[in-house]
Design a protein around this ligand. Structure first.
Ligand SMILES: Cc1cc2nc3c(=O)[nH]c(=O)nc-3n(C[C@H](O)[C@H](O)[C@H](O)COP(=O)(O)O)c2cc1C
Length: 200
């Protein structure tokens, strides 16, 4: 079993979402001692944004790319190879301004590649990243679970399903900015959810 851990907090140190992703991975590795682990920490190694130069590189045939364009496409290729190789993906996801971090958006933009991770047929889009289990550890300062303000969960479900990944389990740590007691309760609740998710 290959585990890919993606940390998408802007923080390398002190991140609650990375901490919960670490704990999820520890639990999975305890249950599957021979599992391999690849960690993609998007705060330590920031991934470039999908800008005009990147689109130009992606839409240029490989044999016609400049060295700079080839290098830019190779950066995305590396992330695609990681997720293609993964059986299980664990993602730490902070809420920033009611959405996902720009780090996570850049990662999603990188792994979403036509004819590689999804394709269009006469019946519509087909995801090509099949057979993967995804765990998402969500951390929030406030309380937004099951409310219209939680745009993260529907967004992640939609984009992962589009890419072929429909087995997605969410773990919530909410109210982290609502005082020390609320923070401890949120983390304890998240740990209980991790136990249930890994045992399921
Ligand atoms: C720039 C920024 C924006 C944030 N926006 C929100 C928000 O919209 N809603 C919310 O509930 N918490 C918000 N928070 C709180 C974070 O979601 C919370 O601190 C979370 O634990 C951050 O994840 P991390 O600890 O992995 O970095 C924000 C925090 C930061 C730093």
């Amino acid at each position: 079993m290959n585990i890919l851990q993606v940390n998408s907090s802007a923080r390398v140190a002190g991140s609650h979402s990375t901490q919960l992703a670490n704990e999820l991975v520890e639990r999975l590795r305890a249950a599957h001692p021979r599992a391999t682990l690849t960690v993609r920490d998007l705060a330590k190694t920031s991934h470039p944004v999908l800008d005009e130069a990147t689109l130009g590189a992606l839409f240029t045939p490989a044999e016609q790319r400049t060295p700079e364009q080839a290098q830019r496409v190779a950066q995305d290729d590396a992330l695609i190879a990681e997720i293609q190789a993964a059986d299980v993906v664990v993602i730490g996801v902070p809420m920033y301004n009611f959405g996902v971090s720009s780090q996570l958006k850049n990662w999603i933009d990188a792994i979403s590649r036509a004819k590689v991770t999804f394709t269009y047929t006469d019946k519509g889009p087909v995801g090509l990243l099949k057979g993967k289990k995804i765990y998402v550890a969500l951390t929030r300062g406030g309380l937004y679970r099951n409310t219209p303000a939680d745009t993260q969960v529907p967004y992640l479900k939609t984009v992962f399903a589009f890419l072929g990944m429909t087995d997605v389990q969410f773990v919530y740590a909410e109210g982290l900015a609502m005082g020390a007691d609320a923070e401890q309760q949120a983390l304890a609740s998240a740990r209980g959810q991790i136990d249930e998710a890994v045992l399921a």
